[in-house]
Design a binder for this molecule. Structure first.
Ligand SMILES: Nc1ncnc2c1ncn2[C@@H]1O[C@H](COP(=O)(O)OP(=O)(O)OP(=O)(O)O)[C@@H](O)[C@H]1O
Ligand SMILES: [Mg+2]
Length: 236
């Protein structure tokens, strides 16, 4: 069964329509990525999947259920997490407090404590910084913290906008390694990326979104090998 499917989405901001027929699919356990030029609507598509924007046409389904009209607060308990672009942490809270926020969906204090212990084991980078203010972390560490926080409730789907933006090549590799690890434990990912080469290299499938419409769909490897994609998104 498909974990995520959007069919022919039309959406935008007020009278401005940004998406004019965006269709993506992710099977359970897949990593899909969405690449495309600036302003093509990639972030808007993720926001629509998460319920921050309601489409004027088209549907979003999750595990076979129509969730098009649900709000984010209704989607989170179903197992959908969203990591928006930018460093998605509470800067004045400590790393531990940030993780506690991720555990609010868990049903007891004990479950939260256990999940934090697990996160600290799974993300050694956070271990030494557990009392540090999140605002003091490096960009890459913040990105790892937002992944760790999303991962605490073992969501079925993580939507992630530009995980590699502003990071050093070494940190990009670390963030993507974590994404791979979380994925191998069963979480599906839909990732929007400027860094098309990196995203396509780990994605099972990829999409090119152009002017609000999905233009190309193939395996990650297939898109990496596509002449048009090479020319436009991989620097020749
Ligand atoms: N809050 C908003 N209100 C009005 N227009 C918006 C808003 N957010 C984005 N837009 C417009 O929607 C279009 C698509 O934006 P979006 O952020 O989805 O593109 P993107 O593909 O993510 O671009 P980028 O690669 O620069 O992140 C752009 O023309 C943008 O100016
Ligand atoms: Mg964007």
């Amino acid at each position: 069964m498909l974990r995520l499917e959007t069919t022919d989405i039309y959406a935008g901001y007020g009278k401005i329509e940004v998406l004019h027929g965006a269709s993506i699919r992710a099977a359970a356990g897949e990593i899909i990525c969405i690449i495309g030029p600036n302003g093509s609507g990639k972030s808007t598509l993720l926001k629509t999947v998460f319920g921050l924007i309601k489409p004027t046409k088209g549907t979003v389904s999750f595990d076979g259920r129509d969730v098009t009209r649900l709000d984010p607060e209704q989607k989170v308990p179903l197992g959908i997490a969203f990591i928006p672009q930018g460093r998605n942490v509470f800067p004045s809270l400590t790393v531990r407090e940030n993780l506690e926020m991720g555990g609010t969906a868990l049903n007891s204090e004990k479950a939260v404590r256990l999940a934090i212990e697990e996160a600290v084991e799974a993300y050694p980078l956070l271990k030494g910084k557990i009392r540090e203010r999140a605002g003091n972390l490096s960009g890459g560490e913040k990105q790892i913290l937002s992944l760790a926080r999303a991962d605490m409730v073992k969501p079925g789907l993580i939507l992630m906008d530009e995980p590699s933006i502003g990071l050093s090549p070494k940190m990009i590799d670390e963030v993507y390694e974590k994404i791979g690890e979380i994925n191998r434990r069963g979480t599906t990912f839909a990732i929007v990326e400027q860094n098309a080469r990196k995203a396509l290299s780990i994605a099972h499938r990829g999409y090119v979104l152009d002017l609000g419409k999905t233009r190309l769909e193939d395996t990650g490897a297939g898109l990496l090998d596509n002449e048009e994609v090479k020319k436009l998104y991989l620097g020749g």
